[in-house]
Design a protein around this ligand. Structure first.
Ligand code: ZN
Length: 252
């Protein structure tokens, strides 16, 4: 089984298409939420996911852009973009976003829990530090959990019961190097397709292979360049906030 693990597309169709082209033939697309918000093509991104029959969970922007959640916790630009998106979404796509679940299970042997933020607070919590991540291992039953929301590729590793010292580790995944899924429990973030925030403007996602290196399961981080200027032009034409446009140049 080979799957594309994508997150935080944020209405960026150019980045989404580039990532799916890079992934090639896959059995499934797993999407960790925030399909819309920020970007200029929310309807088109939902169409792509529906055509692929993607497994998808809800992100905070998906909720805000349907009006299911207010935008009080958003910064002014995010709020403005959410209201713009709400006005663009077709009724069918509103319904698609409204019905997204908060938690899913996936994988060749159902070894992944899939959420947007964290297993403890699926839509809202940011897992940026090991202090929060370690508590979250108690909130899912599968060996591995896939999260998005921070827009930064990262892996948290729980120590094995007999490991000394019993330290939790934070691992920055290396591009194109298959990461083996073995005995350690992991929380894994593939980064963001449509609005990377780790200083690299290339779209980020991961490829899951149930029989990767040596027949063992692996996840591999991929970075894909795409026409950033093209989406920025569409954002200008849509009148989206300037800061959201310029940040795509830098990946912040
Ligand atoms: Zn997001």
């Amino acid at each position: 089984m080979r799957c594309a693990v994508i997150s935080d597309i944020h209405g960026n169709l150019d980045a989404l298409e580039a990532v799916l082209a890079d992934a090639g033939e896959v059995d499934q697309v797993w999407c960790l939420g925030d399909v819309v918000g920020y970007g200029p093509q929310p309807n088109e991104c939902i169409d792509v996911l529906r055509a692929r029959d993607a497994l998808c969970v809800a992100g905070n922007h998906d909720r805000a852009c349907t009006g299911a959640m207010d935008t009080a916790e958003f910064n002014p630009e995010a709020s403005e973009a959410a209201l713009w998106t709400r006005g663009q979404l077709t009724p069918e796509h509103q319904a698609y976003l409204k019905h997204l679940p908060e938690v899913l299970t996936a994988g060749a042997s159902s070894e992944f829990t899939i959420v947007h933020g964290s297993p403890r607070e699926p839509v809202w919590e940011y897992l940026t530090h090991v202090s929060a991540a370690r508590l979250n291992f108690e909130y899912f039953q599968t060996p591995y959990c896939l999260v998005g929301h921070t827009h930064v590729p990262l892996i948290f590793q729980k120590p094995l019961p007999d490991e000394r010292p019993p330290n939790y580790r934070t691992i920055v995944p290396a591009e194109d190097v298959p990461f083996p899924l073995e005995a350690h429990r992991l929380i894994i973030n593939p980064g963001s397709v449509g609005q990377p925030r780790d200083g690299n403007p290339a779209a980020a996602y991961m490829l899951y292979a149930s029989a990767g290196s040596g027949g063992r399961p692996t996840l591999t981080l991929r970075r894909v360049t795409y026409p950033v200027a093209a989406i920025q032009q569409k954002m200008r034409e849509a009148g989206l906030p300037a800061r959201l446009i310029t940040r795509l140049t830098y990946g912040w």
